[in-house]
Design a protein around this ligand. Sequence first.
Ligand SMILES: [Zn+2]
Length: 228
Amino acid sequence: MRQKEIALNIRPIKPVDLEDDEHPVGSYNTPLREDAFLLSDEEKIDKIESHFREIMVTLGLDLTDDSLNGTPRRVAKMFVQEAFSGLNPANRPVTRLFENKYKYDQMLVEKDITFYSHCEHHFVPIYGKAHVAYFSSGKVIGLSKINRFVQFFAKRPQVQERLTVQIGKELERVLNTEDVAVVIDANHLCVASRGVSDTNSKTGTAYFSGKFKDENIKREFLNYINAK
Ligand SMILES: [Zn+2]
């Protein structure tokens, strides 16, 4: 029921709709510096560790306490190796395309892909489900690969609208098709745990290209992801 409400309330991606004071959105590329990968992961971890120690000390925490002592390094490793590992193009999933030998020409859907991301405005979690569909252009990929692409783009500081478009554009590229749909239904802890403290609201975003712009095909996909 919850999901049904969400799919019906999806806002199509229109750049003008996305601007608001709390969450402004620019291009669909993650804004990266030119020198983003000059430091090795090890060097980044060392640097972030010392900065995070400063943050904790500034907050007044006593880092000689056993429980806090390892936190700066733990956070630094988590940022570089896990939470934001999708910033590094070296971690982009490698795909192998298979011949679509069954000549299956209907919609392929992968629904309920769980992901964890972080809001780039507050660095707190965004988590939810992604639902992806495409029409094969003659080649297919393993379904688990779609999952990996979702995780790759989720592991960045993100805004949900950009995450949705990045997954859609990437699947168009790797599958060599123009017919891709992505729907994301997510919880934002920056909304739930701070600010307006609305613990019940979810945010729906969608990306539809090619055949999915057709109302009947779009409805078939949305009906499928809403089915129990
Ligand atoms: Zn936020």
